[in-house]
Design a protein around this ligand. Sequence first.
Ligand code: HEC
Ligand code: HEC
Length: 307
Amino acid sequence: MKKTFLLHLIILSLYAAEPISPIPLDVEVDLPKANLGKKLFFDTILSRDNSTSCFSCHNIYDGGADSNIVSVGVKDKKGNIQSPTVLNSRYNFKQFWNGRARDLGEQIHGPIQNPVEHDMDAETIEMRINKIDEYKKMFKEVYGGRHITYAQVIDAIVEFENALVTPNAKFDKFLRGEIELSKNEKEGYVLFKKNGCITCHNGINIGGNSFQKMGTFQEYNEDSDFPDRSKITANPDHKNVFKVPTLRNINKTAPYFHDASAKTLKDALGVMSKHNLGIILKDHEVEDMIAFLKTLDGELPKILDIK
Ligand code: HEC
Ligand code: HEC
């Protein structure tokens, strides 16, 4: 008895010392609200020409991002930056590549109103949604009242996004002491820490908790004109500064970087190590780190199973 207790304590303390923490097995969400949000997430009615839904650019069944180099919205218009994953985005300290939204509630006005995404406005959304009996019923059950408001539409989608977590990644099970990693995966994790990837990619999302420069060691694409942090702060030092992206489910979210310039994880690791660490990785090191990164694939969010 005493022995197992001690063992538990040791496992717990080891786990507390790790710079990455697992996704909780249960997150609290308002289920009826999140289910309503789920329906809206897939509904093209929220776009001007009925062509585009959140799902068009965020494939939540497969990584939560978009395999296009830049996303395509209403009237086939193209965006100006790669679409990041929405999975586990509740754990990001800010939203968007340059962090211009404080949280998911502030973020969502972006795609809805963006002329190259949904190109919509609050009045048109209210007018359309209020005409549909099924929505009227669902909204009444969740919010009461007769008239569906734009704020309620936003609120429901945000609750759905809160449910988009991918627990039980192999790595999380390892952190909880439930399984062992393979030799390569373990070696990859050691390299990830030893080489300093962990200084920027850490915490529950293995990223998503700081702004960092793309090109800390060696300047990256200085002449580009992406909406980076400098567009918000007007500080020229913030050129090419972005929110560090999460590495959860990274195996499924190619292409990589804000400019989608890396097609594979191997390419991405080459660029990261050169520009952000000033090192060149050996082939076997890259292979091991990719083996580790693949252990970050989580289960599909439970909310996607609910009919
Ligand atoms: C036309 C493609 C497109 C559509 C449609 C779209 N998005 Fe996005 N989404 C993007 C792009 C591109 C970005 C990154 C923009 C930026 O950072 O400047 C993004 C960013 C996000 C983020 C921030 C993630 C992060 O880590 O910063 C969230 C959350 C999000 N979208 C949710 C939604 C929701 C909810 C909808 C539906 C209302 C939606 N998106 C519709 C392309 C799209
Ligand atoms: C100085 C901070 C820093 C360090 C160190 C760092 N990264 Fe990054 N990482 C970033 C930033 C910032 C981005 C986003 C860059 C962009 O899109 O321009 C990023 C992007 C990535 C991406 C692509 C994510 C996506 O969704 O597009 C991968 C993969 C990645 N890093 C892996 C690593 C690995 C592996 C290491 C160690 C070899 C590492 N990083 C070291 C800050 C860092």
